[in-house]
Each structure stands twice: as C-alpha cells, then as structure tokens.
Ligand binder design. Sequence first.
Ligand code: IMP
Ligand code: MG
Length: 216
Amino acid sequence: MAPRVTGSSRRECGENHALVPGGAAARVAPMSLRVLYSEADIRRRVRELADEIRPLYAGRNPLLLGVLKGSVFFLADLARALAIPMEVDFVRLASYGDGTESTGFVRFAHDVERPLRGRHVLVVEDIVDTGHTLHFLTSTLATRQAASVRVVTLLDKPARRQREATIHFTGFAIPDLFVVGYGMDFAEAYRHLPDIRVLEGDCAAGGEETSRTGAR
Ligand code: IMP
Ligand code: MG
C-alpha cells in the first residue's frame, strides 16, 4: 500500500520529484482525501475561538496579521466572527531549505505594511508544524514595539515541533498528518476545499516543497 503523506513521509518524498512551478498540481499522483473537519466543525470552532478572543480586543482596534497564503480563509471567517472594529494585514514568509525539510532559516517575502508600534497584533496562522515559521515571525515582531502580540492558529501539530512557538489560541490539535483544504495546500492544490481533509496516498510530488518554497 502506498505510504501515508505525513509530515515525516513528506521528507522521504525525495528530490526526484522536484515541483515544476505552475505545473505542480498535475504531478500529484492519485491520493485520497479523508474529511477530518467538516465545514460545520470549522464554523463551530471558529465561532468559539472568536468568542474567546473578542473580549481581549474589543475597543482596541486590533491588527489581524495573516500569514499568506494558507491562513486567508481562516482569517476571513475569524474576522467576521469577531465582528469588532479591526485592521487586517498580511505577511508572506519563505524558508531557505537544505533541500530536505523546512529549516530555521525563514525570511520575509512580504513584510507587514501597517506600523506595529502600540498596536495589539493577533497573528493568524493556518497550521503550526515544526514551529520555525512562527518562531521567526513572533521573535521578529517582538522587536517592533507592538502593545501586544498573540497567536491564533487553526491547527497545531505538536508532535512535529522542532522550535518553541507560543500559541495563545488553537482551533484543533491534530496528530502528524498532512492536511489540505480551507486555505491549506499540497503543491498549491486543494486550497479551495471548504473542509479540512487528510491527504493520504502515494508520496509523489515532494510535499516538503510546499513548506520549503514558502507556499504557505
Ligand atoms: P512550520 O513547519 O511550523 O514552519 O510550518 C510552516 C508552514 O507549512 C505552515 O504555516 C503551513 O502553511 C505549512 N504546513 C505545515 N503542515 C502542513 C500541512 O499539513 N498541510 C498544509 N500545509 C502545511
Ligand atoms: Mg501557514
């Protein structure tokens, strides 16, 4: 049977399957997509998160800072569920790889546009995996005189953590699975799915490229 696409097996996909920019999706071998969280599950949990987060930010005009691209759907739903005055901005991060996995060498591909000084910043992530991305982002933001910086992530894979990353609000903690949908991709495919699914099957297209090349 074909191996499951997990965080670990992604690293074993090997360099033989380097992605072709723009043509990546076509190279994904047949895989199955098992629903992990339905649209209703997500809607319910986003509302709960909003109810937990809202009291901390009401009257503070928070800045929701989304990490492109994966967090876009979550941020859009969370912002509307929060339903308080706020601003929205985005960063895009890329990691230099050693060719095998996401490493600690992360950089801004697109930095924050709004000044952060004195602002209450809520970082919005799709998923925290090794923690390298979030560690880089929060340690960088810590130098920018924000009034507060907190982190909400829809998904957390604690078993994969290599770097300490503080998360204040978590939608769902999940095991070491590779998930797609609701903004999250495999080689840029599947972001449009309305639910969150586990990608299982043949490891054909070098999934680690999605994190190495910054297609977050
Ligand atoms: P990190 O390993 O914590 O630095 O995670 C970097 C980024 O990789 C996340 O923000 C996601 O965009 C992406 N990523 C990690 N795990 C998955 C997954 O299971 N599916 C889709 N993207 C993932
Ligand atoms: Mg992300």
